[in-house]
Write a protein that binds this ligand. Structure first.
Ligand code: ADQ
Length: 466
């Protein structure tokens, strides 16, 4: 069997206590690699004053990991800088938050080169190489410069934005050119794929070839969409665990016959948390009869604390949650609970299972795995309702959710009301269709579709894209 090398910015498989790191990508890659005798390469999460290139190899749960530390200035310029302050906001349509700093771009190039140089000696002739996400777009190019001719695929976990947004990035052409040093480039949805194609055809004068290939910069690359899913089988097992049941019981007990609305997200401006809080406030304001009947729990562990935009949104969310409780709480009822903690996956499963409504309303999201986890955690005989943003990639698959525009508090309040009052037959009918999709298009289907496509492309013989 061909060996699979997976490369991502962070390498974070489940630790020995069964706890897992927050983040959809880490969850998906850990699950995807479990069945492969593969290698997972990337950053350890630690920094050193100077870059050493020292590799740390480990085997955890059948997955071999190879990690490196990055230098402190790499952390500032590559990770906090170009990745989190430039590309992340840009790819999520937040040009207002996008910082353009030449030093960030240089840090990005430098770290990608260092990744390539450290990874190069580990690559064997027939390995398939699968590179993940916006941190590492130029990595394929750097590997090609070092003579790597293996099949290399790239998968983007976040949206590819509309042409008018992407072209606001200084140096946008160079980034797209680097995508042509891959053999296969994958997106979550057809919409992102189309936006990428539009850029190539209009801005870079590329040509659409038969069988899903694009030709540009003297190279041909195969492009496709591969919607990521959750490890549905593992989730079903986890739902039966003692911890999940205990958490479900605790949540049911402390909601005392009230309907629980739940949101679970990394604390990130792309997740639409402020808009969601305001939507819930609107529900309470417009529906006095529902006030004592509902309770909302928002779990949002802090992330990327080194970036100012994340510190600012944290302050605004604290103030909003205080405002909602201040306005509506009574001696025996507090409508809103806002928690900044991480939970184990089995505990989260129990929390989802106790909820009547899953409220997943990002302003933009590549896919959104929380929506799928919520569906997987429901009781088939009495399932909850998913309220989902139309701007999450998941909305393309989970069409039986109540789809909303997260920018409209009224629309969100109406959808919440509809979800809270939906009769059981409709809830069951919608949930069955959703669960069918979550089971069928799971993480294994995603991995197999991408890897099989990559394995099927012609091996390259030519040099770099020019
Ligand atoms: P993320 O932006 O991290 O992922 P998402 O897909 O929702 O977003 O995944 C978050 C994961 O973190 C989920 O598995 C969730 O259970 C977990 N999580 C969230 N809060 C937690 C908490 N408090 N405790 C424990 N676990 C928690 C990126 C893209 C997404 C894309 C994924 C995968 O931004 O659009 O779906 O990659 O491609």
């Amino acid at each position: 069997m061909t060996r699979l090398i997976v490369v991502s910015n962070r390498v974070s498989p489940p630790n020995s206590k069964g706890e897992e790191t927050v983040g959809g990508l880490a969850m998906a890659l850990a699950a995807a690699l479990r069945e492969y005798s593969g290698l997972w390469f990337g950053w350890s999460g630690k920094t050193t004053p100077d870059f050493t290139g020292q590799l740390q190899m480990m085997k955890i749960d059948g997955v071999t990991t190879a990690t490196i530390d990055i230098a402190e200035d790499d952390y500032d310029e590559y990770y906090n800088g170009y990745a989190n302050k430039t590309l992340w906001p840009l790819l999520h349509y937040r040009t207002d938050l996008t910082a353009y700093d030449r030093a960030y771009g240089e840090g990005y190039e430098r770290v990608n080169k260092r990744f390539a140089e450290t990874l190069r000696p580990l690559i064997e002739k027939d390995d398939l190489i699968w590179i993940h996400d916006y941190h590492l777009i130029p990595l394929g190019r750097e590997l090609r410069k070092l003579g790597v001719k293996n099949r290399i695929g790239f998968f983007l976990h976040v949206p590819w934005p509309a042409y008018q947004i992407f072209t606001t990035l200084p140096g946008h052409r160079k980034l797209v050119q680097a995508m042509f040093d891959y053999d296969l480039v994958g997106f979550h949805t057809h919409e992102y794929q189309q936006a990428f194609e539009e850029y190539v055809l209009t801005e870079a004068e590329g040509v659409q070839m038969p069988n899903g290939c694009l030709k540009c910069f003297g190279r041909t690359v195969k492009v496709g969409h591969f919607p990521i899913g959750i490890d549905a089988a593992d989730f079903a097992r986890m739902m039966k665990s003692a911890r999940a049941s205990r958490m479900r019981d605790i949540m049911t007990a402390c909601t005392v016959f009230r309907s629980l609305i739940v949101g679970v997200d990394r604390l990130d401006y792309s997740k639409g948390l402020e808009e969601r809080f305001i939507g819930f406030e609107r529900l309470l304001a417009d529906n006095p009869d529902l006030r004592r009947e509902v309770l909302m729990l928002q779990i949002a562990p802090v992330s990327r604390e080194g970036v100012e935009a994340y510190q600012e949104i944290r302050g605004r969310l604290d103030a909003l949650s205080g405002r909602i409780n201040g306005e509506f709480a009574d001696v025996d009822w507090q409508p809103f609970r806002y928690v900044n903690k991480n939970y184990r996956r089995d505990e989260l499963a129990g929390i989802y299972g106790a909820a009547r409504v899953g409220l997943v309303t990002p302003l933009r999201d590549g896919m959104n795995l929380v929506a799928k986890e919520f569906v997987a955690a429901q009781n088939p005989d009495d399932p909850g309702v998913l309220v989902l943003s139309r701007f999450a990639g998941a909305a393309r698959q989970l069409k039986e959710a109540l789809l909303v525009n997260p920018n409209s508090p009224e629309e969100m309040a109406d959808a919440l009301k509809r979800a809270l009052t939906m009769d059981k037959p409709e809830r069951i009918r919608r949930w069955r269709a959703l669960y069918d999709n979550v089971q069928r298009e799971d993480v294994t289907a995603w991995r197999d579709a991408f890897v099989n496509e990559l394995a099927g492309v012609e091996p390259r013989r030519t040099a770099l894209a020019s």
